[in-house]
Design a binder for this molecule. Sequence first.
Ligand code: NAD
Ligand code: ZN
Length: 349
Amino acid sequence: MQPIHYTKKGFEELSNLIVSKNYSKLFVLVDSNTIDACLPYFMSNLATTIPFEIVEIEPGEENKNIETCTMLWEVLTELEADRNSVMLLLGGGVLTDLGAFVASTFKRGIDFILIPTTLLAMVDASVGGKTGVDLGVLKNQIGLFAMPEMVLIDSEFLSTLEANQLRAGLAEVIKHGLIADAEYFKKIENLNSLTEENLLELIEKSISIKQDIVSKDPTEKGLRKILNFGHTLGHAIESYCLENENRTTLLHGEAVAIGMYLESHISMQMHFIDKDSFQRIQKTLDHYFPRIAFTKTDIDKTLTYLIHDKKNNNGLVNFSLLNGIGSSLWNKEVTNDLIFSAFDNYLNF
Ligand code: NAD
Ligand code: ZN
């Protein structure tokens, strides 16, 4: 499992790692946001005498593609990166997924280090070794499992993050409580505000939950699928809103929050959770994620996206559902009727 280090000690560990690995050159990958928001703080805390280059890419999911990778492989070649070079990936999940893929394929694989700068990248994208890029509209279609030499977590980076991005990351934090730890969910539902201190606590707990799940099933044969709770419908909603001109695009976490609402309702309808648990989930999600409207046509079209879902086996869509708060099930077939009545509850209650 990848070593994860925090804040000041994390920077010390990073500096030590760079010395002990005797890297020839450091390539710090940033995007046009993190170059201003995160790079100055990062560089001022990194003690190293090894030569480095700053490489910048455009931000956004629309650039998480093979063209950006090709550009980076060419830049690395021009700048004479060798097999003993290391890439330091300073950014959100788009940059860390893409940068990790570029590093692990360049010259059959060079080392990389993750320094996630969004809440989502800290609690989710940086744990578990999934790397990759999109192929057209198909998210994360091309990629491989590869582990970083180290992950450095510092909640200081979050001070410049937009509020909606922070909230989107919180959706995954809520998910971790719901699927694996009832006490943790209780803590989240009783939070009055997000301070830097409780944020770091949430990040550490969420990372340990994800690490625990991933270590038991690294390649997603079974248990790891519980991390997809909220994502079957969440992904369908995210894709539908992205491709439909009449809908405002949703951030991944915003779509997952809706997905978790719907899939919690489905869990209740299938008698895996009781009404009281459902209402607690409903209240917590509503607190952070105001409901949005869907027409009958929106819902019908959203369901057509389920066909692309990776969890769709032999034509049957499998869901990961809750089995009480803090516990979950996977590979559960769900009928369209249950999905429609979950949407009905989301829109009317
Ligand atoms: P993102 O990477 O697009 O970052 C969001 C925006 O915030 C970007 O514009 C970025 O430039 C900017 N930004 C980043 N850090 C900042 C900071 N500290 N201050 C100001 N601006 C900052 O979005 P994300 O939510 O971090 O990541 C989403 C991606 O993560 C998706 O592509 C998804 O597929 C991937 N992901 C991967 C895994 C995995 O297991 N590998 C898990 C979950 C998500
Ligand atoms: Zn997610």
